[in-house]
Ligand binder design. Sequence first.
Ligand code: GDP
Length: 365
Amino acid sequence: MGKNKKYNRNTLKVNKGVEQPSAVNPKMNEHLGKFKKKKINVSDYFAGILSGDRSMLSRAITLIESTLPEDRESSKHLVRHCLPYSGKSVRIGITGVPGVGKSTFIEALGLDYIREGKKVAVLAIDPSSRRSKGSILGDKTRMEHLSTLTNAFIRPSANAGTLGGVARETHESIILCEAAGFDTIFVETVGVGQSETTVAHMVDFFLLLMLAGGGDELQGIKRGIMEMADLIVINKADGDNINKTQLAKREYENALHIFPSLKNGWHPKVLTASTVEHTGLDKIKKEIDSFLHLTKSNGYFEKTRQRQDILLFEENIRNALVDRFFQNNKMKQMFESYRKKIALKQVSSYEAANELLEFYFNKIT
Ligand code: GDP
């Protein structure tokens, strides 16, 4: 009994153990802090990108998206370094309303391309502002399968809020992806707002995804976007939707007839697809191939890229001029006082604009 008591006590007794060193190095946080703060310089970014390092590419795109003056300076140098290594890809723009199936479609097509040995990058542009970060693209897990593959790079980007910002960031991200060896670049944008026009002007092939609706086929999508499309795909051609899709196809084909023919000799088609059933995708890929074959052989592929570069050049000048004008304090004051004069009909808006510009160019610049 007495023995038992002792035994019990012994088993329950907690001996004071020897103080063990922490499993986590207490200095780790310090090290991590140092690591986080360690500035990556332009040549590190550049070497990482050229070696196809996806995490470095991702960080470089973050740099490009930064509005801090020192980051802008670094990103300018980085883009300049990468430029000679860029241009060797096919840039495919994809647009359509939310829910039309863009990410499912890009994933399916991307997986096919990767199976063929290609390297696929997806830049997804979110037209909502940085503040409501990723509301349309960011909050769902997208392209889960594709994103696990080493030959794929997926980057949703919140844009800088201005169209000029979207254009610069997207264009520079394309350059970086190309320098990193990605030969097929999808630029995805939601077909609301104006970002799709920006995207159409920086890709080789522009694809519009649509849904078969209940009769009113030209739903939601502005005719201008249809006019920019090299291919219209009616998606979700499966189940009960098949008949409706065929009907929609004919309506869109009729609508395309009224557009003037394209200078590059291409005739945009309407195709149908079901991404979930994997039907229609081969035809779409063939269509993209035919487009590339035609435009590369008649010179329009290069011509279009050069024209796009010049357009961006002009647009950048325009944006920078407007920004400088409106950021100038004196001009802000004068703008306010002219605004009142216009409201009181003391001056026409045309005259007011001219007077302000005269002042700006003669006295400020
Ligand atoms: P996004 O907003 O345009 O990127 O659209 P998602 O790719 O996220 O697709 C929206 C929904 O449509 C998802 O639930 C998909 O599973 C579904 N979906 C996508 N493609 C198809 C398709 O070809 N057929 C059917 N029936 N559903 C599809």
